[in-house]
Design a protein around this ligand. Structure first.
Ligand code: 2AL
Length: 284
């Protein structure tokens, strides 16, 4: 099948009273012009429910994806418009599980979870054989290959603890030298203006000196579009988790590597789910 564009698909399908953005006939955007057959289907899940942020993340993913990678960008049918705390994350994780479950018939070759808290990452791995990458985990790996120490620059100061816990969970305590909030709200990042960019730049500059680090990890998917500018201004590697997760996901899928089904990442046990989650349980 020859297609002329890499298409972002967001289908509005009604599920239990919610509009579920998946696999639709209505493309949200056409973002590239490569006259090649698609080799790889990459499901890009924005765990928050912002349409505009999903489109922005999809644009960043498409900018780095191979010409024959089809990026399919979705967000959950329910949950918070932005993820800035533990409560938001609880719903976002369920939303990620929903989207992985609903995408099953499409058999994506790889999945990227594009929120810096990596919500629902391990649940997603249980639910698929495809490789699943979270942008925080991918960014930590990339940063630790580029510098002995890195600093994370994120959104609200209250979200710093979320990043710190991920650093510990993934075992990057020796490489991550600090996590720094900018007190910019996630949805305000869409502003993209000079004042906001400078605010992030200043926090990053201070972090590099204070932490004695040599690379910056951007602590929000919404910062993706700022990566090039910040790289040029700071003169150190600035790692956007969306970009590195897409490239790592392509590499793993191209190598034929997927999530192990031995042990705890085995398919979820068959059981009945109730309430609004009824369609999301594994069949008994
Ligand atoms: C994020 C992110 O990447 N998406 C979102 O809604 N919140 N991260 C953050 N640190 O606030």
């Amino acid at each position: 099948m020859f297609l002329t564009s890499r298409i972002i698909l967001v289908r509005k399908k009604r599920i239990l009273g919610h509009f579920c953005p998946l696999w639709c006939n209505t493309p949200l955007a056409f973002v590239s012009k490569f006259n090649r057959p698609f080799k790889m289907k990459l499901l890009l899940i924005n765990p928050n429910t912002s349409d505009s942020m999903t489109a922005g993340i999809a644009k960043s993913a498409c900018a780095v994806a191979a010409a024959d990678t089809q990026i399919i960008a979705v967000h959950p049918s329910f949950g918070p418009l932005s993820i800035e705390g533990h409560y938001d994350e609880a719903f976002a994780a369920a939303g990620v599980a929903e989207q992985v479950r609903l995408a099953q018939p499409q058999s994506p070759d790889a999945i990227v979870i594009a929120c810096f808290g990596d919500p629902g990452l391990e649940a997603a791995r249980e639910a698929t054989r495809a490789p699943v990458l979270g942008i925080a985990e991918a960014a930590f790996h990339a940063a630790s290959m580029l510098a002995t120490g890195f600093s994370i620059v994120t959104t609200m100061t209250r979200t710093c603890i979320l990043a710190e816990r991920l650093v510990q969970r993934y075992g990057f305590e020796h490489q991550c030298r600090g996590v720094h909030g900018t007190d910019i709200a996630v949805l305000d990042l869409e502003d993209g203006g000079e004042a906001m960019t400078r605010q992030i730049e200043e926090v990053a500059r201070t972090a590099l000196v204070r932490d004695r680090s040599a690379a910056i990890v951007l602590g929000c998917a919404g910062m993706s579009a700022l990566c090039q500018t910040l790289t040029a201004r700071l003169g150190v590697p600035v790692i956007d988790g969306v970009a590195v997760a897409v490239k790592f996901a392509e590499a793993l899928a191209a190598l034929g590597l997927g999530t192990s089904k031995m042990g705890d990442y085995a398919q979820p046990l068959p059981k009945t789910y109730t309430g609004w989650a009824t369609p999301l349980g594994w069949p008994t």
